[in-house]
Design a protein around this ligand. Structure first.
Ligand code: HEC
Length: 175
C-alpha cells in the first residue's frame, strides 16, 4: 500500500514535467512545402460564404440556427427584423461576433449583405427595402463599442414586439 502511495505521488509530481514537453518547440521548423506564413483572413480573399463558415458558423451554425444552450440566438429567418427597428442597423455591426471578427470592414459589409438575402440566413425577415451596408458605413459603426449588449438587445426586441413582429429568436425570452 505504501509503495502504491509513493508511486502515485511520484506520478503526480512527474506530470508537470510530462506536460511541459507538450509546449511547442520554438525551434520547430515548418513542414516541408508549408513554409509560407499563413495569410490573415482579412487578406486571404475567401468568398463571403467561406468567411461566414470560418468566422461565424462555429457558434451560429452553418444555416444560422444558433444554439439556445450556448446563448447564441437564432438568426435564421429572424435577424432581418433588427433592421426594422431604430438602432438595429448599428447593433448588427456592433455585436462582438461581428465587430471583433478578424474580417475587414469591406468583408463585414459583404457578409451582412449576404446574410440579408431573401434566399439567405435572414430569409423573409429581411426588409423589402433593404439598403446594403457599405465598407464606409461598417467602419463608422464598428468604431463605436457596444457597451451594454443585453439591454440594447432587449430594447430592440421590445420595439419589435410593439410593431407586432413575432420574436422567433430561439431564446425563450432570455433577454
Ligand atoms: C464565439 C461565438 C460566436 C461567434 C464566433 C460569432 N458569434 Fe454572433 N453571436 C454570438 C452570441 C453568443 C450572440 C448573442 C449576443 C452576445 O452575447 O454576443 C451573438 C449575436 C450575434 C448577432 C445578433 C443576433 C441577435 O439576435 O441578437 C449577430 C447579427 C451575429 N451574432 C452575427 C455574427 C456573425 C456574422 C459572426 C461572424 C463574423 C458571428 N456572429 C460570430 C456568438 C458568436
Amino acid at each position: 500500500m505504501r509503495y502504491l502511495l509513493i508511486a502515485g505521488l511520484m506520478c503526480a509530481m512527474a506530470a508537470p514535467l510530462a506536460m511541459a514537453r507538450a509546449i511547442p518547440d520554438p525551434n520547430q521548423k515548418h513542414a516541408p512545402g508549408n513554409e509560407a506564413p499563413q495569410k490573415p483572413i482579412s487578406q486571404a480573399g475567401y468568398s463571403t460564404p467561406v468567411n461566414y463558415q470560418l468566422q461565424c458558423a462555429g457558434c451560429h451554425l452553418g444555416d444560422g440556427t444558433g444554439s439556445r444552450a450556448n446563448d447564441t440566438p437564432k438568426m435564421k429567418g429572424f435577424v432581418g427584423n433588427f433592421l426594422k427597428v431604430e438602432g438595429g442597423r448599428e447593433f448588427l455591426v456592433r455585436v462582438p461576433g461581428m465587430s471583433q471578427s478578424a474580417l475587414n470592414n469591406a468583408q463585414l459589409a459583404d457578409l451582412i449583405n449576404w446574410m440579408m438575402r431573401k434566399d439567405g440566413i435572414a430569409g423573409s425577415s429581411a426588409p423589402d427595402d433593404y439598403k446594403p451596408y457599405t465598407e464606409e458605413e461598417v467602419a463608422k459603426i464598428r468604431s463605436v463599442t457596444l457597451l451594454n449588449l443585453p439591454d440594447t438587445r432587449a430594447g430592440l426586441i421590445k420595439q419589435m414586439r410593439e410593431k407586432g413582429i413575432t420574436i422567433d429568436d430561439g431564446m425563450d425570452d432570455a433577454y
